[in-house]
Ligand binder design. Structure first.
Ligand code: NAD
Length: 478
């Protein structure tokens, strides 16, 4: 069994221990043994990044462009191989795994371009003879912490802007999906990036992640993951004055109005609730439907679910792969049970057996729910969606916003009036009209409001707000 090491200060180094990377479609398939760093190794990576910072801060935009463009090109050229490995370790279907890999490549290429576009401003001073320049500089060493559900896209959308703007990186992927991140590190190791600028530190959150969050040598933390972990990280960073950005959970509403195109609405709901096994922070988990279309919509969604093939992620024709692991599946089943106990009508949601032992679950649609039920308040993060019947658009909008989260939000309607009003009034960072709530472009800002997000946006040109700090320089010309 091959062992995959950490990459620290330009060297491949064994961890304090190793962890098997298990295929959720077939638990007899172990992808490899992956290094698990301890706190001492995390601190060594931070020290290497600190030492490399003055050099990388002074690198030319061309040097940064060349590294990022080379990484993007290689990921793109190897999209089928890397995408397959991603699907093998995380359980999303092969087309989804390849699609995510292409997206990661495009993110590296986008930020290669951003490295060339870091400009500034020259501003006339209010004082005679004085010139003012406003320009951006890197923050320093950034600690990047990723979740398991987008094993290559989320690492890419943190690593690429960090390097593009001249920061040094200590990066920790999620324990469940180290292979995609290891592939990025291996590609980076063959570029001209100076040693210590990028460090891959695989290992547990409580030791490695915690070391990043609390080290005075880490200037900023970018985290994506659960609300519970994110809140702790925000508090720790605030206590020591470190810059922090957190993207966390969601309970994303999809509103379906009487005048919606039924086909468009069913497609938007099924796509965003169940594809990628519902394990997307932008997944629609609450479908809020006005009473004139409710029964037709529910019947059509159930008909569609019956046609979905839940099977091995790597098998051609699979629509929905397995849940990522036993713990996550147990949590999904628990939420389906609570929904039934609280009065919901459950279609699907049961554990499925397939030819190989894995973590398969039939997509669940829970109807006859009310806003107060647990299923409409807490994030499940699996192929489970609920339906709430409402009287009209006004009640639908109120219910869509009645949540502590605010990541993505959607409406299906043919009315320009409702679409325009919803885009303005939805309390979410992203709003979709006649589209799934999940599925976004890579070159525009991504993030939410309320309990879903904290700090500046990720992706697109907005990523520079987090990965740079602004300096204002005054010069007296005499
Ligand atoms: P998680 O919070 O359990 O783990 C995320 C990462 O944090 C992992 O790498 C983990 O090892 C690390 N970690 C755990 N404890 C830590 C600590 N004390 N200090 C530092 N790091 C620590 O989340 P998860 O289960 O991997 O991911 C699922 C969650 O991620 C869901 O809630 C989902 O909504 C969210 N998510 C959000 C977005 C978004 O952009 N808003 C995107 C994807 C996933």
């Amino acid at each position: 069994m091959k062992t995959f090491d950490n990459y620290i200060n330009g060297e491949w180094v064994a961890g304090a221990s190793t962890l098997p990377n298990i295929n959720p479609s077939d638990t007899s398939d172990v992808i490899g043994m992956y290094a698990q760093a301890d706190e001492a190794q995390a601190l060594a990576a931070i020290a290497a990044a600190r030492a490399a910072f003055p050099g990388w801060m002074g690198a030319t935009p061309q040097q940064r462009f060349d590294v990022l463009d080379a990484v993007g090109s290689e990921i793109l050229a190897r999209k089928d191989e890397i995408g397959r490995m991603l699907s093998r370790e995380e359980g999303k279907t092969l087309p989804e795994g390849i699609g995510e890999t292409v997206r990661a490549a495009m993110i590296f290429k986008f930020f290669a371009g951003e490295a060339l576009r870091v400009g500034g401003e020259v501003v006339p001073s209010v004082r005679p003879g004085v010139g003012v320049e406003v320009f951006r500089q890197p923050i320093g060493v950034v600690g990047l912490i990723a979740p398991w559900n987008f094993p290559i896209a989320i690492p890419a959308w943190k690593i690429a802007p960090a390097l593009a703007f001249g920061n040094c990186v200590v990066f920790k992927p999620a324990e469940l999906v180290p292979a995609s991140s290891w592939a990025i590190a291996e590609i980076i190791s063959r570029t001209a990036l100076p040693k210590g600028v990028f460090n891959l530190v695989m290992g547990p959150g409580r030791s490695v992640g915690n070391a990043f969050v609390n080290s005075p040598d880490v200037d900023a933390i970018s985290f994506t993951g659960s609300v519970a972990t994110g809140r702790r990280i925000i508090a720790s960073c605030a206590a020591r004055g470190a810059k922090v950005q957190c993207e966390m959970g969601g309970k994303n509403p999809l509103v379906v109005i009487d005048d919606a195109d039924l086909g468009v609405a069913v497609n938007a709901a099924v796509q965003s609730a169940y594809f990628s096994t519902g394990q997307r922070c932008t997944a629609s988990s609450r479908v809020i439907v006005t009473e004139g279309i409710h029964d037709r919509f529910v019947a059509a969604v159930i008909d569609k679910i019956k046609t979905l093939k839940v099977d091995n992620a790597l098998t051609a024709g699979t629509d929905i792969g397995p849940v990522v692991d036993e713990t996550q599946l147990a949590g999904n089943l628990k939420y389906v049970g609570i929904a039934a106990q609280e009065g919901g009508t459950v279609f699907g949601g049961e554990r499925l057996e397939r030819s190989a032992k894995g973590f398969y679950q039939q997509p669940a649609l829970i109807t006859n729910t009310t806003a107060a039920m647990t299923i409409n308040r807490e994030e499940v993060f699996g192929p489970v969606a609920s339906v709430v019947r409402v009287k009209d658009y006004a009640e639908a909008l109120h219910m869509a916003n009645d949540t502590e989260f605010g990541l993505s939000s959607g409406i299906c309607t043919t009315s320009l009036k409702y679409a325009t009003h919803f885009k303005q009034q939805a309390q979410a960072g992203m709003v979709m009209v006649n589209l799934p709530t999940a599925g976004v472009d890579y070159h525009v800002p991504f993030g939410g409001r309320k309990g879903s997000s904290y700090g500046p946006r990720e992706q697109g040109t907005y990523a520079r707000e987090f990965y740079t700090t602004v300096k204002t320089a005054y010069t007296f010309a005499g």
